[in-house]
Design a protein around this ligand. Structure first.
Ligand code: FAD
Length: 298
């Protein structure tokens, strides 16, 4: 391994000052679970790693804000989110998703900021947070800006973050009891990387779907909103199998799906046709006290 400097700043602003907008070999580290793998594989050869582990403790905490939104510090561990009773009660979609995100060893050290900044299109949290309308606070030398999680990824391992910017907070609007589901389809163990991930959050209008937020992950180079499927679901009865089938078809037609080691493009397309409808039905089952036979894995 090529020697590198390990900086341990004590504040967020000190950490930002240690980054360099021009130098890709200077990198921040949250939990380090992705950074270490990239270093082992030789795709990252840093000259300086800026550890965020010693910055102000508030960046590793979560709380509910004035308007009922969930505010998660960028350094909050995935396990902290998973086990938080606040999250379990108010944002059950997050806690349910985290249970099958990788394994407990990874969740114990990985941070939400590192998770979102990594921008691997197979990751589980970006589609789920996008379906809930979450945003991130990005801190840099010029101050703060707010970006929807949905607009964060710009391609494979690419984001709108400048090299001297950090994700300091994730803000999730109240889930407010809305039916929701994340269908993580894996080809091996339930906690494996997904071949496809479908996140659905429904706003109900009586027995009908008022609005549907549908985001798919692991299908293209970034999590994508299925706008045509959303339009078909708007105003529909959730047990209308023809509408669910049409929404699945529309979703599959909208995307130029890319195959990978978890499945070919045509396999993923078929998964999307089937799992979009299952996600809607599973979302309803979670609020009607039913079981969630499908959520989590195929
Ligand atoms: C064995 C294994 C299995 C996995 N399975 C899954 C899975 O099933 N589903 C899934 O979704 N994920 C999976 N992952 C990925 C895992 O979720 C990520 O590795 C983890 O979330 C990254 O968080 P981290 O804090 O460790 O990031 P780091 O490794 O610290 O950083 C990742 C990237 O983000 C940058 N960065 C870190 N913190 C910040 C910040 N606050 N602001 C801006 N940039 C930052 C780093 O420079 C780096 O580029 C798996 C990982 C492993 C090792």
């Amino acid at each position: 391994m090529i020697p590198f400097e390990l900086a341990r700043p004590r504040s967020l602003s000190e950490a930002i000052a240690l980054l360099d907008p021009e130098d890709p070999d200077i990198r921040p580290v949250g939990g380090g679970t992705a950074v270490m793998l990239m270093m082992k594989a030789g795709v990252l050869r840093p000259t300086r790693l800026v550890s965020l582990g010693d910055i102000e403790p508030r960046y590793a905490q979560l709380h509910v804000g004035e308007n009922g939104e969930l505010r998660i510090g960028g350094l909050t561990r995935l396990a902290t989110l998973e086990h938080s009773s606040l999250v379990k009660e108010g944002w059950p979609l997050l806690s349910r998703t985290l249970r099958t995100l990788s394994n407990v060893r990874v969740r114990n050290v990985a941070t939400i900021g590192g998770n979102l900044a990594h921008a691997d299109p197979h990751m589980d949290m970006p589609p789920v947070l996008s379906s809930l309308g979450a945003s991130v606070t990005i801190s840099g030398p010029a101050g703060e800006r707010n970006v929807l999680v949905e607009a964060l990824c710009t391609g494979y391992y690419e984001t709108v973050l400048a090299r001297d910017e950090l994700i300091s907070e994730v803000i999730v609007p109240p889930q407010a009891g809305r039916p929701s589901a994340y269908m993580k389809v894996t080809t091996r163990a339930a906690h494996d990387w997904p071949a496809l991930g479908v996140a659905v959050v429904l706003d109900m209008n009586g027995p009908r779907i008022g609005n549907a937020s549908v985001i798919v992950g692991a299908a293209t180079d970034r999590p994508t909103r299925l706008t045509q499927a959303e339009a078909l679901l708007r105003g529909a009865l959730p047990d209308d199998t023809a509408v669910l089938r049409d929404a699945g078809e529309a979703g599959a037609a909208q995307l130029d799906i890319v195959g990978d080691s978890h499945g070919s493009a045509s396999y993923k397309k078929q998964l999307l046709r089937v799992y979009l409808g299952r996600a809607v039905r599973t979302a309803l089952a979670t609020v009607n006290g039913g079981t969630t036979p499908f959520e989590g894995h195929a």
